[in-house]
Design a protein. Sequence first.
Length: 225
Amino acid sequence: MYKTVTASSPFIEVNVKLSPQEMLLLIHGLKYVIPCQSRFSRLSVDQWISRQLERLSSVVKNCLRDHQMSVMDDRAKQAFSALQELLKQSYSKTIPVKLWKRMTQEWKVLRRFLRMLKNRPDILIRRTDKCKVFYIGRADDFARKTEEYMSKTEAYEELTHGRCPLAEIIHAVQSLLNYLFSKNALTRKQCQMLCPKAGQLELAHYHGLPKPHKVMPSFCFERVR
């Protein structure tokens, strides 16, 4: 079924019967979005427009602030008004018949794929490092390899109490930096550079996924018997 192996081919370690359309959906990868997906959403057109406008406007406003430009002057207001009008025209525009057929077919493929994953609790799907292709494997193997690695390296600790210690770690680092500053071991500028930013941090996590960019191409897809 899968005669062509590409850099975006999924890494499959479990026997799953994927149709050519479902396989193509995985090959398209994370960046691929079904065209006109808003047509399948439960949100209204106005809600979609509001959501898109907020997302795009935030990017533009941050760019303007970075260049010391006002986001409240007449030119900015006219630009955001024009952007809203473009979004309204885009979402209210009639979809060509050919495109409607294509998006309907691809939406059905996606729904079948999601149903398959829901009915197969023994498998999991993740994205890999670097190349970002999809990985499909057995959930039991995934858990076993994770436990073996954590036990061998002692580099990770499982959080079983449901409480994230990240805030405590940040507070400890900040206290240490303040102590070093009080002892003139660091300047204030150095402390500011070393001080962690809570909104940009996360705990290190282990996912144990294979690295397809280091694997021979012949193993990057499922062999269908």
